[in-house]
Design a protein around this ligand. Structure first.
Ligand code: SAH
Length: 345
């Protein structure tokens, strides 16, 4: 595989262009074109420069090969990477803007029992430029002359962002660069299954993105039944790390809690959650499970979800049931990719 130009920050690109004997201003031209989602071959720069870049760099590291549009406007994409791997992403259209969900790895090795992304294990990490190119491609598809279409980015697609730490942090820096596509860190949410030491590291980066942690249970034993990572880090260790994140960034953190029938949504679980989280500067996002064909877990149903939410609120917590979008175009996290790969075989 060739190298990926979108991996570079503007300064790195400037060094590359200058050291290859080109005029410095070409760097800005190339960077602007990249941020508009252009291919190298389609850039408005001299042919010789394009050819030079194409010898070493991928023309189009991430290509949309399929788009599905839901009746509610949500779009799902299949992207092909230069090495033929497939990843997926989603664009949710809200009144306040377009929110894109990106993948950070091909597959995942965290092994959560409810998740389709991890069914085939981890294939490989994405580079920062491959994560960024997902945003650039979707943005180019939607942006009108007045500017960008994607206003919010969530790292909730396939993969565990903190298991691909270096590339994820570089992506966060590049996607929020003011002279680039300029998505504010406050409009970016990183979701993790709870890799505790990396939460501390992220807090110290000074990036100030929103931290979201997949909790899904109220006890370590219960959590370990569906999330293998719970054998490594306890809920208390996660809470301490989140409090540190809040202290360093001033950002309220969010817990994702996927409601699974018979597993985690009884009244005792609501009480335990209240005990665990009361007084903390956090919010709980209740997710209705997207049932995955290969897994036996069942969704808890709408009524249970709203009852559970009411119990948390009564206990003094801030909680909401996450809206369901794009349900008619198939599933969550990795389901689209899984069915595509199956179809190919
Ligand atoms: N690895 C990260 C980010 C990717 S998953 C993490 O674990 O947070 C994004 C969110 O979707 C997580 O909260 C995850 O637990 C949840 N999720 C995964 N599969 C799901 C499913 N089938 N139904 C509902 N939520 C799911």
């Amino acid at each position: 595989m060739k190298k990926i130009l979108q991996d570079l920050s503007f300064e790195e690109l400037e060094n590359l262009i200058e050291s290859s004997g080109e005029k410095k201003f070409r760097a800005r031209q190339v960077y602007t074109a990249l941020m508009q989602g252009k291919k190298i071959s389609g850039m408005n720069v001299p042919l010789e420069l394009r050819q030079k870049l194409l010898q070493e760099y991928e023309d189009e590291p991430v290509r949309i090969i399929k788009t599905l549009t839901s009746s509610d406007g949500t779009e799902k994409y299949l992207f092909a990477l230069a090495d033929g791997n497939i990843i997926e992403g989603v664009l949710m259209k809200h009144d306040y803007g377009f929110s894109q969900c990106v993948s950070t790895q091909v597959g995942c090795r965290m092994g959560c029992k409810f998740c389709a992304s991890t069914l085939g294990g981890l294939v490989r990490n994405l580079t920062s430029g491959e994560i960024l190119s997902q945003v650039l491609a979707v943005n180019a598809l939607h942006s009108d002359k007045r500017g960008k279409a994607v206003t919010k980015v969530v790292l909730m697609g396939s993969g565990e962002p903190l298991d691909n730490y270096g590339n994820t942090v570089k992506f966060l820096k590049n996607v929020s660069a003011p002279d680039g596509i300029n998505i504010s860190p406050r409009s970016i949410s990183l979701s993790t299954c709870g890799i505790v030491p990396k939460i501390y590291e992220l807090a110290d980066e000074g990036l100030d993105v929103n931290l979201t942690v997949s909790l899904h249970q109220t006890t370590d034993e219960g959590r370990a039944r569906t999330m293998p990572i719970a054998k490594k880090y306890t809920i208390l260790e996660i809470l301490k790390a989140c409090d540190y994140y809040f202290k360093k960034t001033g950002r309220r953190y969010i817990f994702e809690y996927t409601l699974i029938a018979g597993e985690n949504c009884g009244s005792e679980h609501a009480e335990q959650l209240v005990r665990l989280l009361k007084g903390r500067c956090c919010h709980i996002n209740l997710i209705r499970l997207n049932e995955v064909e290969e897994r036996r877990l069942k969704s808890a149903g709408d009524r249970r979800a709203y009852e559970f939410c009411a119990r948390l609120e009564k206990g003094g917590l801030s909680a909401t049931v996450r809206r369901r979008l794009g349900t008619d175009i198939g599933g969550a996290c990795g389901q689209l990719r899984a069915s595509y790969i199956k179809g190919e075989e």
